[in-house]
Structure formats: C-alpha cells, structure tokens
Design a protein around this ligand. Structure first.
Ligand SMILES: Cc1cc2nc3c(=O)[nH]c(=O)nc-3n(C[C@H](O)[C@H](O)[C@H](O)COP(=O)(O)O)c2cc1C
Length: 317
C-alpha cells in the first residue's frame, strides 16, 4: 500500500501548517517535523517544544527529526521526544547548507561512515528509540552513500529515506534516479524515495521506475500543491470543483494562526510571501499572483491582493 510522507521544510511545515493541511487536504500518512538542532546546548528551544507537543498535533502522525554529529546530543533529544510520547527519531543526513555541512552535519556527515557507525552504536546500546534516517546520496558525489549503506545494514533502522541528490547540488539540477537505484541494490533496509514529486504524473513515473518502493516523501510539492497527496491517493489528476474555496479556507487558517503567533505585520507578511512563493505555482498565472503578494506592504493590501488573486482564479477555473 502506497504511503505518503510529508518531507520536512524548516520554516514551513510546522504544527500550524500540518494541522491546517490535515484539515483541508489530507492524503499524508505521516509528517516529519523540521529538525531539532541543539548547537551544543542541552536545552530544547521553546519553538521546537511547541512544534512537537502532542496537544498541538492531535490526530496527526508526526515523527520528530534531529540534526547532529554527536551521540550525546542524539541521546538527549531521544529522551526528550520519548518523554512527549514519540517512539521514533529521524536523523537528518541530508541538509546541504554550508553552515551545517561545514560542521560535519547533514549531508556533510555522509562521507564519515566511522562517525555514523559510532553514533548509531551508542544510540542503539543506550536507548530503545526507533531510529530512521533521511539522507542524500552524498555531499561531493553520489557514491558516498554506497560506503555507508553496508554499515547501516548492521543496525535495526526503521527505514532510510533518500533524497536523490547530492549536498553540493543544494536544490539545483535534477534528481539522480540511477543513484537511487544503486541504493536499492546495495541496501537491505526499507528505503523511502524523496525528490521532485510535484505532480500525479511525476509520482506515477517514479512508481513505475521503482516498483519495489511503496513509501514516498513529498517536500516542496506539498506546499506548492497541497491537493497533490490526496490526488495521488485517489489516483486522479482532477482538482476538486471547489478548489479555490478549499484553498482559501486553508490559507485563512494559516494566516490567522500566524497572525496570532508572529509579532508585527512585517513578520506576518514575510511569512505569507514565502508561502506564496510555493502556493502561486498552482494558480493560472503564478508570476502575476506572486507579484501581487510581493507588492502588498500592509495587512490591508495583502488581504485585497489575496482576494483579487482568488477572484481571478475562480473566474478562470
Ligand atoms: C526551505 C527548506 C527547508 C527544509 N528543511 C528540512 C528539514 O528541516 N529537514 C529535512 O530533512 N529536510 C528539509 N528540507 C528538504 C526537504 O524535506 C526535501 O528532502 C527536499 O526538498 C527534496 O524533496 P522535494 O523535491 O519533494 O521537495 C528542506 C527543504 C527546503 C527547500
């Protein structure tokens, strides 16, 4: 049975987004939360706590994520998430940004098999948390992961999700499907596919290409087209007739939530602008829609920009 996972996007897929998404769209079985990074401190920031509290995620299946290259940090965060009732911690070995990779974390850790082994050894001997991984194919090249997979085979990992790019690419260029196939051939673990699932068509192409994979992670595609997971699940390329109405309710729920939690109009407008960088994609004229949002420098201007975009869309669809 096909399972769809929401691949985390720091700054986007927080608990407010997850709740609103689940209410208006559905189709996602499980959400990974954006990563927790401790930065050497043994405290959990309030924003991480808010994001993971069970009461903020009622009825939603969430798997917390950590980014670290330190076994003590891993164990500390494991205990913390277990105290909230979580049974699994996902380890991020995918983040491509230099401020992370230069510290030997995220995709910058993939070429250090020895360290990965040491950390997993300690976590598995000192904790009973279930561990899953999220990786890229490597940082410098797509062969790096092939050195790690045999080591990962020696641990009882729940699964390994692979974003089929290398860190150096950031988000540029295409996904390396041959590279992902090599991972399938080289690993005994349950692999999840991640990367560039943006339409029902692209999902079906991946499914045909990798018939043994039944777990799929969608990151950016879920924000740019929140209807997508449900359309994949119901095997249709048709949007619901009341697409604009559903989108509006979703938008308003997010907007109201963020207007309560963010201080000041400029923060709120920036947050909404970043969301619209994705949202605009499913509108008939994405560039025009985004331009309208960008031009809106006050709450009133934003409200009327959104109303105008939705009205135009209603007339077109
Ligand atoms: C703005 C942004 C933030 C992200 N934050 C995270 C994160 O916290 N944890 C993670 O594992 N991946 C993170 N990712 C990567 C996505 O989860 C996903 O692996 C990647 O975008 C490829 O999948 P996609 O093509 O479906 O988007 C982030 C990506 C973007 C663009």
């Amino acid at each position: 049975m096909t399972k769809l996972y929401s691949s985390p996007l720091q700054g986007f897929t927080d608990f407010r987004f997850r709740n609103a998404f689940n209410t208006y769209f559905g189709g996602i079985d499980t959400f990974y939360s954006p990563y927790i990074r401790l930065n050497g401190k043994r405290t959990i920031k309030a924003s991480y706590e808010r994001d993971l509290l069970p009461e903020n995620n009622a009825g939603i299946e969430v798997i917390p994520q950590i980014i670290t290259n330190d076994a003590d940090e891993f164990l500390f965060v494991s205990k913390y998430v277990q105290s909230l009732g979580y049974k699994e911690l996902n380890w991020n070995l995918g983040c491509p940004y230099p401020m992370v990779t230069k510290c030997g974390m995220g995709s910058g850790l993939i070429n250090d098999s020895e360290k990965i082994k040491q950390i997993l050894d300690r976590v598995h001997s000192e904790s009973d948390i279930s561990v899953s991984m999220k990786m890229r194919l490597g940082y410098e090249n797509s062969e790096e992961i092939l050195n790690v997979l045999p080591i990962l085979d020696t641990f009882p990992l729940k699964n390994i999700a692979i974003h089929a790019r290398i860190g150096k690419q950031l988000y540029k260029g295409g996904v390396n499907l041959d590279g992902f196939q090599k991972c399938i051939d080289a690993s005994n673990h349950n692999l999840y596919y991640n990367g560039d699932i943006t339409t029902v068509k692209s999902f079906k192409e991946m499914q045909l290409r990798f018939p043994s994979i039944d777990h799929w992670m969608i990151g950016r595609g879920l924000i740019s087209d929140p209807f997508l997971p449900n359309m994949i699940k119901t095997n249709t390329t048709a949007y619901p007739e009341n697409k604009v109405k559903i989108f509006k309710e979703f938008h308003d729920t997010l907007y109201n939530g963020y207007s309560e939690s963010l201080s000041g109009a400029s923060h709120l407008l920036l947050k909404m602008y970043h969301l619209w960088e994705y949202f605009s994609v499913i509108f008939s004229n994405p560039k025009k829609a985004l331009k309208k949002i960008k031009k809106a420098k006050s709450i009133r201007a934003y409200d009327s920009a959104v109303a105008e975009i939705l009205k135009t869309e209603r007339l077109l669809t």
